[in-house]
Structures are given as structure tokens and as C-alpha cells.
Ligand binder design. Structure first.
Ligand SMILES: N[C@@H](CCC(=O)N[C@@H](CS)C(=O)NCC(=O)O)C(=O)O
Length: 213
């Protein structure tokens, strides 16, 4: 299995956490000439990362990829067995991907361009949305039960990136009290640790370019 991606991407990290938790061997490959390049689009037509190549199938979109992995490598299960709980798990994943994390990624172009206008709004929205997420999350200790689930996997690197990006704008990540233990617990999970460390290092490197901006 080949996973196209780079360490800096939360969505690539999410897929890697799932692969590691399921003990699936994979090779992480940087997209040739970077994502969106003509060379990479010959491999993965959408040009985005992550992309998974497994035998005959090439998949983009991290949620499609992790759901595929859940089907072809069902052990350990990372979605609950009851339909209502599975739907809730998927809802939690989408809240991360489509609602909370986009407020974080909106900071990247600001940093690149040396701007600060608008950062507070994105950081406030991130925190407001995280609080709404808290109202539908009930970690015990993971979001969907006693073992790591698909819904958990994107958060550790999103939080790690927020811890590095928010201070650039004089702000700090505030994790709601009832989610603190869950977030700390995730960071020590064996499927998460190494992936998170590499993402953190990549973010530190990326930020260095703009240190004196
Ligand atoms: N919805 C996508 C998001 C992944 C994503 O945004 N990847 C970025 C890099 S972190 C990308 O490939 N961007 C290419 C582009 O926006 O054209 C997923 O879940 O896989």
C-alpha cells in the first residue's frame, strides 16, 4: 500500500494513525513535484493529499480512505457496531474535517503573507466550534468507546498544529475542560505518537521560514 502525502498534513496524519492502529504495512511517499503537480495528478487525478494506492484502487479524500481501510482491515474495529453509533461517529469526523479544522488552515495563508488581520476571527471560530463539538462528544475515554476510533484520529495533529500556530498571533489553544483528558490520552496512544511527532516537527520547520516576518 502506498500513501501519498507529507508529514505536515493533518489529513495524511489521520490516515496514518488508522493504518498504524490496524497494523497495516504502508509506504509514505511524497507526491512527485508536490501535490497538484502534473506528475502527481497522473497518479492521483484530484491532486490532493492524502491519496491511497492499494492494488487496483486509487483513492483521495481521507474519510473515504479510512472507511475503505475499515472495510478491508476490519480488525481492530474503529467504528461502533450499531448504526446509530456509527452515524454519530461519522458526524464527529465531519465536524472536525468540515467545520473545526478549516478555521485552523485559514491561518496558513495569513502566516505565509505576513498578515494578522482575520486571524482572531478564525481562532475565535475554532474555539466556538470546538465548544459545540464538546456538546456532542462524550469521550470514554475515546470518542466512540474504550478503543481508538476513526473519529479520534484527526484531532491530535490538529491540536498540535493549533498549539504552534495560535501563538504566532498571540493566542493559545484552549481545549474545553471536558475534552482535556481525551486530548492528552490521544497523544500517548501508540498509533498516534510517532505520527504526531513528525507532524509537529514538520510544522516547526514550516514556521521557521516566517519567524522573522
Ligand atoms: N478533504 C480532504 C482534505 C485534504 C487536504 O486539504 N489536503 C491538502 C493538503 S493538507 C491538499 O491536498 N490540498 C490541495 C489543494 O487544495 O488543491 C481530505 O480529507 O483528504
Amino acid at each position: 500500500m502506498k500513501l501519498y502525502g507529507i508529514d505536515l498534513s493533518t489529513y495524511v496524519a489521520k490516515v496514518q494513525v488508522v493504518l498504524r492502529n490496524k497494523n497495516v504495512a504502508y509506504e509514505l511517499v511524497a507526491p512527485p513535484d508536490g501535490y497538484n503537480s502534473p506528475a502527481y495528478r497522473k497518479i492521483s487525478p484530484l491532486g490532493s493529499i492524502p491519496a491511497l494506492v492499494d492494488n487496483q484502487v486509487t483513492l483521495s479524500e481521507s474519510e473515504a480512505i479510512v472507511e475503505y481501510l475499515e472495510e478491508v482491515h476490519p480488525d481492530p474495529a474503529m467504528l461502533p457496531s450499531m448504526s446509530s453509533e456509527r452515524a454519530h461517529a461519522r458526524m464527529l469526523s465531519r465536524v472536525h474535517d468540515t467545520w473545526v479544522e478549516p478555521q485552523l488552515r485559514a491561518l496558513f495563508p495569513l502566516i505565509r503573507q505576513g498578515l494578522t488581520d482575520g486571524a482572531d476571527t478564525h481562532i475565535d471560530n475554532f474555539h466556538m466550534r470546538l465548544e459545540r463539538f464538546e456538546s456532542v462528544a462524550n469521550p470514554a475515554p475515546f470518542l466512540t468507546g474504550t478503543t481508538l476510533g476513526l473519529a479520534d484520529c484527526a484531532w491530535p495533529t490538529t491540536f498540535a498544529q493549533a498549539r504552534q500556530l495560535f501563538p504566532h498571533f498571540g493566542r493559545a489553544l484552549e481545549i474545553p475542560a471536558s475534552l482535556e483528558q481525551w486530548a492528552a490520552h490521544l497523544d500517548t496512544h501508540p498509533a498516534v505518537q510517532d505520527v504526531k511527532t513528525r507532524c509537529d516537527t514538520a510544522m516547526t520547520q514550516w514556521m521557521k521560514q516566517f519567524a522573522n516576518a
